[in-house]
Design a protein around this ligand. Structure first.
Ligand SMILES: [Zn+2]
Length: 242
């Protein structure tokens, strides 16, 4: 209790939160710290609580979010939200959170107000991974840490607006199949993460070292998105067939 009372947002917390919220598309979801809380951006400077879990961590995080938002020019709306009983099993908790987020994600539409195209129907497979460099982020305890920041840029096929998605949101919309497939920039190769069994099969059948490659931090085409590092990938020149 006393720890909660002492906590007050730092300038860095406030700046990070404002920056993060501004980068969300309207209808975009923010689920800070995996604590069973979800918020949705519902207006230019408006954030709405969508779900909260009856658990001290979730309630405590919500109090911290209220304190941070209070220092910005954003409004936090607590009108129509769902209260969730905490699942007894952590795997179930994760699964429930993912299902909730997927439900919300399916409703996201184009940031262009005149366009009704749903994100989920856009050409997600053409998403471009863009490295934004080091940025501050909140860790699970609400502390600011430096992390590498990436976004996935998708072009709306109905109006040409460019949608910048958080990698996590992209994974939610596109599923693992798209998430673990990286088109290197400048018409570079496509890297598709292989399962352990696939690697074994390829090595056993004498695959050459240009087809099955391990990814590090960098490639001749640019830096590797963090979640692809340390994986074995199939390297191909996909997309256009001639
Ligand atoms: Zn559009």
């Amino acid at each position: 209790m006393t720890e909660e009372e002492k906590w007050g947002p730092s300038q860095a917390d406030v700046e990070w939160t404002e920056q993060h919220l501004s980068s969300l598309a309207q209808g975009g979801v923010w689920a800070p710290g995996g604590t069973g809380l979800t918020y949705e951006r519902t207006g230019d400077k408006e954030l709405s609580l969508r779900s909260i879990t009856q658990h001290p961590e979730s309630l405590g995080m919500h109090d911290r979010v209220i304190a941070i938002i209070g220092k910005t020019d954003w409004d936090l709306v607590e009108g129509d939200y769902e209260t969730i009983d905490p699942p007894l099993n952590p795997m179930e908790a994760q699964y429930q959170q993912m299902m909730q987020q997927q439900e919300v994600a399916a409703r996201w539409d184009c940031p262009n107000e005149d366009c009704q195209q749903r994100l989920v129907d856009m050409p997600l497979e053409e998403g471009r991974w863009v490295d934004l460099g080091q940025q501050s982020a909140l860790d699970e305890e609400g502390k600011v840490v430096e992390v590498e920041r990436w976004i996935v840029a998708i072009e709306c096929d109905a109006c040409d607006a460019v949608v910048n998605l958080d990698p996590q949101d992209y994974g939610m919309l596109g599923g693992d199949e798209l998430f673990f497939r990286w088109q290197a920039p400048d018409s570079g190769p496509v890297f598709t993460t292989l399962t352990r069994e696939q690697v074994v099969d390829m090595v056993d059948s004498g695959v050459d070292g240009d087809t099955c490659v391990a990814l590090g931090t960098d490639t001749p085409w640019g830096p590797v998105p963090p979640h692809m590092r340390g994986t074995y990938c199939l390297r191909s020149y996909g997309g256009e067939e001639e």
